[in-house]
Design a protein around this ligand. Structure first.
Ligand code: PLP
Length: 433
């Protein structure tokens, strides 16, 4: 902490200013960490530079949105060109057609798409569509699942789950939301026994829930259960979309959802969300086909924004053949193995979780299979680990998942190992003492 404070006087001053005009001094609560966050001045490739001139190898990558790193040339060039042709049309245009076509080519279940500006919005509209299509009210989500701040899904996100996630969530808004146990088909079946549910929404890899991977067999059986009970299966792929595989979790797990929700990577560094599915289902958004009350509304001023569509097209253009994603997945596996090795060598009880190019660490001796297990791990030690990395110039948001990008070099990753080694050695010392 003292090293961090001594290196960040300008961030400290900026935080004091920010606190007066931005609650907690930040634009999004989770970006605050003790004693104050550093304020970024510039970002390029795998690095963030703060206002004090410190450099961080960035494994947070804009909330995991930047699979090609910060400001990749291919995206910047395309966006600069598009800036001269208009920044916001408010009319249909070819770029949104091209991006929806590209999504359909990469993700077989995504025959049709609608764009939003955030993952939260996309989940909200996907939930509404599922309710409209099935004519059922209830939706089910998993313990620890994070789908954004939309009221109906803002339930049972942070452990312990019996405390409301936010003030201002009315009983009415959350009354039709059921909570299911992750990776536990028996528990899910029991909970759904006498229920009539429109949709089950799941993150194939828990994001806010700590990077825990859904078991393949669990997802396969969940698909079967949904089919038996006429429930729509929604994959919230805001993190996993275009990261786990070019065809997203659908390809990675071999399980096809009814609806897929995207965000982050799809916008190539610009604000985005999207939801996709088979035409017959998505057509319920078409007011030429379905009239009120069957029609399901979706819309937004910036939906299909041409800058976002351009950046998304440039990004998917890089990802579509799968070479970058396969390389990052191999790197991700090596990182998880190496971190396990480092903690193991120093006798630190840690579980390294994740999938593909996503990783996280939980300090517990128990195998971690759900967000409940994550909630029981030593969170203080995780924050200490993250703060120790930050002081050493390796950044991801404390307690959140880390990811890598194609901009990360061997040296960047070695830096992570070196700083982890330093922390683990210290912990061994503390334990031994
Ligand atoms: C899985 C998942 N769903 C939804 C969201 C919400 O997306 P946004 O922050 O763009 O609203 C997030 C954001 O982190 C997420 O990780």
């Amino acid at each position: 902490m003292t090293v961090y404070i001594s290196r960040t006087p300008k961030s400290k001053a900026l935080y004091a200013r920010a606190k007066r005009v931005l609650p907690a001094g930040v634009a999004y609560g989770i970006r605050f960490f003790e004693p104050y966050p550093f304020y970024t001045a510039t970002a390029m490739g795998s690095k963030l530079h703060d206002v004090d001139g410190n450099e961080y190898v960035d494994f947070w990558l804009g909330h995991t949105a930047l699979i090609l790193g910060h400001s990749p040339t291919v995206v910047v060039k395309a966006v600069v060109k598009q800036l001269k042709n208009g920044t916001q049309y408010g009319t249909p245009h070819e770029l949104e057609v091209q991006l929806a076509e590209q999504v359909a080519r990469m993700v077989p279940g995504a025959e049709m798409t609608r764009f939003t500006n955030s993952g939260t919005e996309a989940n909200m509209y996907a939930t509404r569509l599922a309710r409209a299509y099935t004519k059922r009210d209830k939706v089910a989500k998993f313990e620890g699942g994070w789908h954004g701040g939309y009221d109906a899904l803002h339930v049972a996100v942070k452990y312990p789950y019996n405390v409301p996630e936010s003030a201002g969530l009315t009983a009415g808004a959350t009354r039709d939301t059921m909570v299911l146990p992750f990776n536990d088909l028996t528990g899910v079946t029991r909970k759904l026994r006498n229920e009539c549910v429109a949709a089950i929404i799941i993150e194939p890899v828990l994001g806010g829930g700590g990077g825990v991977l859904a078991e393949k067999e669990f997802l396969r059986r969940l698909r079967e259960l949904c089919d038996e009970k006429g429930i729509l299966l929604i994959f919230d792929e805001v993190i996993t979309g275009f990261r786990l595989a070019p065809g997203c979790a659908e390809e990675y797990f071999g399980v096809r959802p009814d609806l897929s929700v995207f965000g982050k990577i799809l916008g190539g560094g610009f604000p985005v969300g999207a939801f996709s599915g088979r035409s017959e289902l998505m057509e319920h958004l078409n007011s030429l086909v379905y009239k009120r009350p069957e029609y399901s509304f979706h819309g937004g001023t910036f939906a299909g924004n041409p800058i976002t569509m351009t950046a998304g097209l440039a990004t998917l253009g890089q990802l579509k053949d799968g070479r970058i994603i396969r390389r990052l997945n191999r790197e991700g596996m090596k990182i998880r193995e190496e971190l396990r090795g480092i903690f193991g060598k120093h006798g630190v009880e840690a579980q390294v979780v994740g999938a593909g190019s996503i990783f996280n660490v939980h300090f517990t001796k128990q195998h971690v299979k759900s967000a409940v297990d994550v909630g029981k791990a030593d969170r203080k030690m995780l924050v200490d680990y993250n703060l120790s990395l930050i002081a050493g110039g390796v950044f991801w948001l404390p307690t959140h998942n880390a990811v890598i990008s194609s901009a990360h070099s061997r040296e960047d990753i070695s830096r992570l190992f070196g700083e982890t080694e330093r922390f683990a050695r210290k912990m061994r010392h503390v334990h031994a003492g």
